[in-house]
Design a protein around this ligand. Structure first.
Ligand code: HEM
Length: 548
């Protein structure tokens, strides 16, 4: 736009005013336009600059907001896939820059070298840390899952001795056998007879919740019964974990104020923790009475509560009721949903890979056929109960479950906090206080770790000469690794194998057509819409075909 240099900007009078007004309006317009152009230029510059940062950091970095816009768009589709895409582009590690007003900055990695470094080599530099403990403290207290240092070590040692004892193994196998045969199979049989679809994930969640309560507290809450009831303790536990999770996405000062004022989700959390505590207190009180009487039942008990009640702290004193409560609640949290969620993804993967399903049935039949009674003309009955030594021989089933956990790990991401300055083996520099997120879901989808076929479901990758071979915990991190390796790993495999084999031997599990399948965004990777299935009886004649 041109400005007439001859314009009389100072002329007075009516006519002069008109001209003056016109000129000053034009000038304002001009200034507006220039400001607009300047702002536009600035926006374009920032956009180009931010987008060019993508090459360097893997994600555009915006002023003030950091990488938040990309994270939000990732949240709208599938966050785990979004993280996977970025990590694959960045060779396994990237630094997430959150908005300047948040504490969302963290290092995200899926590099096995870094995993070994943080989970084992420099274990003491990477505890769970105050951020995790602060968020979880009301629910978990000083329990094994959130504790560090001596508090963690003491529980780990006692629990580890217990987990490897014959008595405990007996408790776990017997309680599972009872749950599967007296409760799970009748529920499935009933659904099959009435031709109704069931949510298999919900049923498996009930099974493992009852099972872990039997192991931790020595009591059965009865979630898995024919009427699939709502059990107040189970409901309180679920509400408490969900409300606790919200703290991870809420600024600390916000949830702390809400807790202080007893508002919103914090109010709900307090109420549900009270529900958990009430249940725990009642069980502890009853067990104490039992212990003082030293009844026969008490002597036979080998659940965690009884074991910790019988042991003493370092001053030789019995553990406090609060500590006993923390121990049990932590074990329930660690062991309640992981196996059932893994089994749900496993059954869905079998639906998509019938060849694998066939091989599992063939393996079960082959192993049963080695029984003495089968050699003497026995039959493949549907009332048959699988024996622990038979479950151990099921290498292909173990491979198929590991492969499901590789692609759908029950804990999709985990977290640590650096308590010293450090450098990762891949060269990433970490300052003291940096949050580290390790992306377990992504690790199963990295060509650099598993090869070009990493996204395919192939149990064979776990077998050498038809025998199951476990992988390095820093490559297959579904059970964590190093000193904090999952304590329930062996039991979890037994639980999954026994449950899966008992179902597959009896039924064809058919996922309902068009049932939507997606992961839920939570600490555990549930199926967002559950797993709706129909069951069809597997007949004896069909099983006999596998023996030919
Ligand atoms: C498929 C099943 C399971 C998977 C994938 C799994 C996975 C994991 C993972 C990833 C951790 C590390 C969590 C962390 O430190 O943030 C862990 C820890 C733990 N798990 Fe498991 N778990 C399973 C089943 C179980 C079961 C059935 C139990 C108990 C009955 C159990 C008991 C524990 C305990 C006590 C810890 C804490 C260990 C420690 O911090 O020292 N897990 N598990």
């Amino acid at each position: 736009m041109m400005i007439d240099p001859c314009s009389n900007l100072t002329s007075s009078g009516h006519g002069g005013n008109l001209v003056g007004n016109f000129v000053s309006e034009r000038l304002f317009f001009l200034q507006d336009l220039q400001i607009l152009e300047l702002v536009l230029a600035l926006i374009v510059f920032i956009a180009i600059h931010s987008l060019r940062q993508k090459r360097r950091y893997g994600v555009p970095v915006w002023p003030f907001l950091g990488m938040l816009p990309s994270l939000v768009s990732g949240l709208q589709s599938n966050l785990y896939e979004w993280v996977t895409e970025v990590l694959c582009r960045q060779n396994g590690t990237f630094v997430f820059r959150g908005p300047w007003f948040s504490s969302l900055n963290c290092v995200v990695t899926a590099d096995p070298r870094n995993l070994e470094h943080l989970l084992k080599t420099k274990f003491s530099v990477y505890p769970k840390g105050p951020y995790f403990r602060d968020n979880m403290c009301d629910l978990l207290g000083d329990g094994i899952f959130s504790a560090d240092n001596e508090t963690w070590q003491r529980q780990r040692k006692t629990a580890s001795i217990e987990f490897h004892s014959t008595k405990f193994r007996q408790l776990t196998t017997e309680s599972l056998l009872e749950l599967v045969h007296a409760r799970l199979l009748p529920v499935l049989e009933n659904a099959m007879n009435k031709s109704i679809s069931i949510d298999l994930q919900d049923i498996l969640l009930r099974l493992t919740f009852d099972n872990v309560c039997m192991i931790a507290f020595g009591v059965d809450p009865g979630c898995l019964s024919p009427e699939l009831p709502d059990i107040p303790f189970a409901k309180a536990f679920e509400d408490a974990t969900e409300a606790t999770l919200l703290r991870f996405v809420t600024p600390k000062w916000v949830w702390k104020t809400m807790r202080y004022l007893n508002l919103g989700t914090e109010k709900k959390l307090k109420r549900s923790i009270n529900g958990v505590d009430e249940f725990a207190e009642k069980v502890i009180e009853t067990r104490k009475k039992e212990l003082s009487l030293e009844t026969e039942t008490q002597k036979q008990r080998s659940d965690l509560l009884t074991v910790f009640m019988r042991s003493k702290d370092e001053q030789g004193k019995p553990f406090s009721d609060k500590f006993l409560r923390d121990i049990c609640v932590n074990f329930i949290l660690a062991g309640r949903d992981t196996s059932s969620v893994a089994l749900s993804w496993f059954f869905w993967l079998l639906e998509k890979n019938p060849r694998v399903k066939e091989k599992i049935v063939a393996e079960i039949c082959r192993i049963i056929n080695e029984r003495e009674e089968m050699k003497n003309g026995g039959e493949l009955k549907s009332s048959l109960i699988l024996k622990p030594e038979e479950i151990k021989q099921m290498d292909y089933l173990q491979a198929a479950l590991s492969e499901a956990l590789r692609l759908y790990p029950s804990v999709p991401v985990d977290h640590k906090e650096a308590v010293e300055d450090d450098v990762f083996p891949d060269g990433t520099v970490l300052k003291k206080g940096t949050n580290v997120v390790y992306a377990i879901y992504t690790m199963g989808r990295m060509e650099a770790i598993w090869g070009k076929d990493c996204r395919e479901y192939k149990p064979e990758r776990w077998l050498r000469d038809n025998k199951y071979m476990c992988e390095s915990a820093y490559k297959f991190t579904a059970f964590n690794g190093g000193p904090r390796l999952c304590l329930g790993k062996d039991f979890a495999y037994y639980q999954m194998k026994f449950t899966a084999a008992s179902i597959i031997y009896r039924y064809h599990v058919k996922v309902v057509e068009d049932h939507p399948i997606a992961p839920k965004l939570a600490l555990t990777m549930y199926m967002k819409h559950g797993l709706k299935v129909n069951l069809i009886k597997r007949h004896e004649t069909e099983l006999l075909n596998y023996l030919k």
